[in-house]
Ligand binder design. Structure first.
Ligand code: P1T
Length: 380
């Protein structure tokens, strides 16, 4: 089936007891059993919930996977992946990941004897060098948040096969509509479904997708055993939202490309980061492994003062953390989303105090361009 047909139908059937075309919100914590140990496949709502299962199956199909395992947030999903490891294991991670991902690895999991090397995974030689005898996992964000740097999916998958370790790609920025890492032989994909999958800035959620039965079994075990599950209403909202994912992503991309092209010509903007621009150093790789370029554009405004003036002047864009909703947002990564990354690390990656990240929404293109124009003029 095509992506849009799957997004509307996969994982869902009319409710057998009523014919309701939409999967009901099974707002229940437990399920009545016919006799001791005799039940309809549902025992307790941390373990199984029909609304959650429909959402998991739907997104598994969209990511060209077999299993979806949902969590209460993107970070809960990432944490479940790390919980598959044991004390002493080593993880190689992209140096520019979401600040919260960096923080949970460094401030939480390190205490349990795991170690993490943050390297520029866009350079496969650096990944090779980071291997130790204990390396069990490579965690890649591509494109990265917020520098929009790409890592070659086939290079990472090939190296991991050679070395016998697992691979994870955080595909939050592209959504399953523009990139499917599992088709490149990546073992697991993770999403903050808070972002494009839900798309309406009213749910926090996360999900892991995989083709491998052995990994799914471990993740379902951790979902129940550690218990960071999403509630049924949030699952319903995400399931509703994926029906329009393709439509939204096409509009996000159209507007983002228009904004990026406008910014590229503006004298106040020192640099624009967007994989859809031919000036992006990895534009060719973007064309090879993604079917589009997404809705996030970052730009260098030269100083914190300029960034602050821009963020205060926007009228349609709102200054807020998060991304991927239908409404446009502005983020200042250094002080907001990536504050937990040490300053030297940030500077090395170009994540400066003058960097602004735009999550370009699906409002009218001309209104967004006019807003950006007047906000840049406010810099003076
Ligand atoms: O917020 P949560 O649902 O827990 O997801 C964490 C997460 C994971 N991966 C990526 C690539 C992300 O961007 C995020 C969350 N990011 C933001 C809140 C942000 O504004 O960048």
């Amino acid at each position: 089936m095509g992506f849009q047909t799957d997004s509307i139908h996969a994982g869902q059937q009319p409710d057998p007891s009523t014919g309701a075309i939409m999967t009901p919100i099974f707002q229940t914590s437990t399920f009545v059993q016919d006799s001791i140990g005799k039940h309809k496949g549902y025992e307790y709502a941390r373990t199984q919930n029909p609304t959650r299962q429909a959402m998991e199956k739907n997104i598994a199909v969209l990511e060209k996977g077999k299993h979806g395992i949902a969590f209460a947030s993107g970070l809960a999903a990432i944490s479940a992946i790390i919980q598959m490891l044991k004390s002493g294991d080593h993880v190689i991670c992209s140096d520019n990941v979401y600040g919260g991902t960096y923080r949970v690895f460094e401030a939480v999991f390190k205490k349990f004897g795991l170690s993490f090397s943050f390297v520029d995974t866009s350079d496969i030689e650096q990944v090779k060098k980071a291997f130790t005898a204990q390396t069990q996992l490579i965690f890649v964000e591509t494109p990265t948040n917020p520098m929009l740097t790409l890592t070659s999916l086939s290079a990472i998958a090939g190296l991991a096969r050679e070395k016998g370790c697992l691979t994870v790609v955080d595909n939050t920025f592209m959504s399953p509509y523009f990139q499917n890492p599992l088709t490149f032989d990546i073992d697991m994909v993770v999403h903050s479904s808070t972002k494009y999958l839900n798309g309406h800035s009213d749910v926090v959620g996360g999900i892991v997708l995989t083709r491998r039965d052995d990994l799914a079994e471990k993740l379902f075990y951790l979902q129940n055993a550690a218990g960071a599950v999403p509630g049924p209403q949030d699952c319903f909202l995400i399931l509703r939202a994926t029906k329009t994912l393709a439509l939204r992503m096409r509009e996000h991309e159209k507007n983002a490309l228009a904004v990026a092209r406008y910014l590229e010509k503006h004298p106040r903007v020192e640099r624009v980061y967007y994989p859809g621009l031919s000036s992006h150093p990895q534009h060719q790789l973007a064309r090879e492994q993604m079917s589009g370029f997404g809705g996030i554009v970052s730009m260098e405004l030269g100083s914190l003062d300029n960034a602050r003036k821009f963020a205060e002047a926007v009228r349609i864009f709102s200054l807020a953390e998060s991304l991927g909703g239908v409404e446009s947002l502005v983020d200042h990564p250094a002080i907001m989303t990536h504050a937990s990354v040490p300053r030297e690390e940030r500077m090395r990656m170009g994540l400066t105090d003058g960097l602004i990240r735009l999550s370009v929404g699906v409002e009218d293109e001309e209104d967004l361009l006019a807003d950006v124009e007047q906000a840049l003029a406010a810099i003076g």
